[in-house]
Write a protein that binds this ligand. Sequence first.
Ligand code: FAD
Length: 398
Amino acid sequence: MKNENSTPRRRVAVVGAGITGPLLSLCLVRLGFEVDLYEAYMRRAQDVGSFLNLAPNGRAVLERLGLADRVLEQGTVADSIGFANHKGRELAQNPETTTNIMRGELSGALRDAATDAGAKLHTAKRLVALDATGDGCWRIGFEDGTRAEADLVLGCDGVHSTTRRLLFPDAPRAAYTEVVGSGGRSEIGAADLPVDGRFHMIFGLRGFFGYQVTSPGVVWWFENHQETRERSFAELAEVDDAQWVSLLADRHRPDPAVVRRILTASTGPVGRWPVHEVPPLETWHRGSAAVLGDAAHAVAPHLGAGAALGMEDAYELALALHEHPTAPQAFTVFEESRRDRVAAMAKQARQTGAVMTPDRWITRVIRDLMLPMAIKQGVRKGTEAYSYRPSPWPVRGD
Ligand SMILES: Cc1cc2nc3c(=O)[nH]c(=O)nc-3n(C[C@H](O)[C@H](O)[C@H](O)COP(=O)(O)OP(=O)(O)OC[C@H]3O[C@@H](n4cnc5c(N)ncnc54)[C@H](O)[C@@H]3O)c2cc1C
C-alpha cells in the first residue's frame, strides 16, 4: 500500500487513543496515510494513580521513531528489578533497564506526538457501530450519533474492544483473570527509603507488591492480588481510597514492613481494576479492518508486557500496510509475524502469575524452595521476551 503521488491517500480510522492507537497513528501519518484517531474519553478514570513499567522492547520502538526522550520525559528509569519473598529475602535480580511512567502521562505524550505529526484526534467519540459499505470502505457510528467514513479501521480500543465485538460477534469475550490490580503514589520520609534506581518486587503471602522510589520521599507502588469473585470497575470504585489502602495494608501484614509503610503513606488517588485477558482469537482482521494491541491479545499483567507489545504491534502493522498492496495482505503478514510472539508472552505471563501468591502453605513452601531458580529462569525468559528490536524505519527524514 505504498503511497505514490498518483494514488489517493488512504483514510484510516484508528479507534482508541491509549498506547497502541496513538503510536500507530503517528507511524501511519509518517508513512503518508490520512489518520483520524477516535477516543471515547477525554481522560480515562482507569489511568488515575496508576503507572506502568515499560520494558526495553517498548523503549526500543520509541527510540527507533526518535520519540523516546520526548514520550518518556515524565518517566523514571529503573536500572534493575529486584525480587524478594514475603520474608524480605532477595531471590533474584533482573539487570534490564525499564521505565516506570504514569499511564495517563504516557498516553498523553503519545497523543501529542501523533497530533503533532498530523493525525487528527477526536475525543468523546465512542465507537458503537461499524458497517462495511459495498465499495470496501467502512461507515463508523459513534455514541453521540455522529458518523464517519474510512478505508481502513484499526481497533486499538483495549481489552474490552468494541471493534473486536463488532468485527467478530462470535469471538470469546475478555476473561476475568481472578486478579485485582491497584496502583498509587506515596510520600514517605526521604531518609527512610533512598532513591536506589531499582524497581522492587515482593512476593507477599497474599498479594504481589512492587514499588520504586522515584524521587526523594516519593514512591510509586502497585499491588496485585487474587479475588475469585469478579467485581466490576464501578464496584471497586465504591470503596474509598483510604479504606482500600487500609484493606491492602491488612492483606500485606505478614510481609516486609516496607509494604505497609508505603501503603499507609499513600497520597492522592489510588487506581484499582479487575484484570482481564483476551482468549486467543481465530483471526485479528476482517476485510480492511483489524484489531491490535490489547484489543487483539491482552495478556495477564504479571510480566508487565502489554504496553510494549502494543507498541511492537503498532510499528509492525504500520510497516506491513506500507509494504503490501492490499490491507488483507498486510494484515495476514502482520498476524503471521506476531501470533507466536504474543502466544509465548501470554503463556509466560500466566506461568508467572501461577507462582505469585499460592493459597496452600505446602505450595508456598515449595515455591520458596523453588523460587530463586524459577525467578532466575523467569529473568532469563524475560530478557528473551524483551529482546525484540524493530527493523529500520523505511522512510528517510522522520
Ligand atoms: C493491573 C495492570 C497492570 C499493568 N501493568 C503493565 C506494566 O507494568 N507494563 C506494561 O507494559 N503493561 C502493563 N499492563 C498492560 C497495559 O496497560 C496494556 O497492555 C496497554 O495499556 C495496552 O494498550 P492499548 O492501547 O492496546 O489499550 P488501552 O491502553 O486499554 O487503550 C485503549 C483505548 O481505547 C479507548 N476506547 C475503548 N473503547 C472505545 C470505543 N468504543 N471507542 C473509542 N475509544 C475506545 C479507551 O478509552 C483507551 O483510551 C497492565 C495492565 C493491567 C490491567
